[in-house]
Design a protein around this ligand. Structure first.
Ligand code: FES
Length: 352
């Protein structure tokens, strides 16, 4: 049957033919690339004076960043920590914090704004379409990437626009100085403070619960007493710092049960004093098993044998608890005969 034999209303119209063509194209490539819009030149691409203006703007922003960094350092030195000023709309605030925040903010903002302005007005803005390719690039593709990179570097004007390049290097070099200056706030170096505690010859052992100096008769077999050095009070501003190093536990062991010779010599009538700070990562030890004279650190279960030089018998601690040599003074109170002879706490401090 020819088309002449088909009634006219049953033949496909022109519109139907167009739809069919689109459907056929969609069937072939449903994600056809619509292509790039026509490229529009920026004023800086066609007018060298406008390009120069942009160049000066970028350089100005980088220079402002440098000035702000210098101002940051100057305010760190100039403003005392406790100086309070009134600044609308914030009210009364620290002059140092305000000036540090303001100057560092300006320094970082100007670097960012300079980089954005440079990219938007002076670097090449030619749209590039690139085909997707396998993840592993062929040598040819790698060579092309390098070519593109060199081309991009050339078009950015990085080598040609020396004013931008130099001011950008200046700003990027200066801004990290802000961080270096802040290191001053970490305070002086600890030097050998971590190696010493408040214990010294003649310091009385004070019961941490009763705040009374300890007599040998106060320490019974099977009891565990926590002590602090005489003169250290809870309201002292550095109490936590000092007690974290000087905390002591005192137990009485029958002299015959003490296995270690030095331990016996450093004890008084079976009363031994050991650092309470675990040598693993520094938790305070608090559990005492009176039959075995084992003490247990609750953090990771390191166990020390107080009848045998407080050596580690279980757990991750690296070495024995330091012992404090003790004696009794003329008034009958327990006293230290010196400081610990090794650093207390984690073994890290012994490696210095
Ligand atoms: S801190 Fe004591 S076992 Fe880890």
């Amino acid at each position: 049957m020819s088309t002449q034999d088909i009634p006219e209303e049953n033949l496909p119209s022109e519109q139907d033919a167009g739809h069919a063509a689109v459907a056929e194209a969609d069937a072939k490539d449903p994600f056809a690339d619509p292509g790039l819009p026509p490229h529009e030149h920026r004023i800086q691409d066609i007018d060298e004076r406008a390009a120069k203006r942009s160049e000066r703007t970028v350089a100005l922003l980088f220079t402002l960043s440098m000035v702000a960094t210098v101002a940051f350092i100057a305010s760190f030195v100039a403003f005392p920590v406790d100086k309070i000023v009134y600044i609308f709309p914030f009210g009364r605030i620290s002059a140092l914090n305000f000036s540090l925040g303001l100057t560092l903010g300006i320094a970082l903002f100007c670097i960012g704004a300079g980089a954005v302005h440079w990219a938007r007005t002076l670097m090449s803005d030619v749209e590039i379409a690139d085909e997707r390719h396998p993840i592993e690039a062929t040598p040819e593709v790698k060579a092309k990437v390098m070519d593109d990179f060199r081309q991009g570097a050339k078009e950015s004007g990085f080598g040609r626009r020396k004013l931008i390049r130099n001011t950008m290097f200046g700003a990027l070099t200066l801004v990290p100085l802000s961080g270096l200056v802040l290191l001053r706030d970490l305070g002086p170096l600890p030097e050998d403070k971590l190696r010493h505690t408040l214990w010294s010859k003649g310091k009385l052992l004070v019961n941490q619960n009763t705040n009374e100096p300890l007599r040998p008769s106060d320490v019974r077999v099977g009891s565990l007493t926590f002590c602090k050095p005489e003169g250290l009070e809870e309201h002292d501003h550095d109490f936590q710092t000092q007690i974290a190093k000087a905390a002591l536990m005192v137990v009485r062991i029958k002299p015959d049960d003490i296995k270690d010779k030095q331990q016996r010599e450093w004890a008084h009538e079976g009363i031994v004093a050991y650092s309470k700070i675990c040598t693993h990562v520094g938790c305070p030890i608090s559990l005492y098993e009176q039959q075995t004279h084992h003490v247990l650190c609750p953090c990771h279960q390191s166990t020390f044998d107080l009848s045998d030089g407080a050596r580690v018998i279980f757990g991750p601690a690296g070495h024995a608890l330091p012992q404090l040599r003790i004696g009794v003074n003329e008034e009958g109170y327990l006293e230290a005969l010196g400081d610990f002879e090794e650093p207390v706490g984690p073994a890290f401090w012994e490696r210095g």
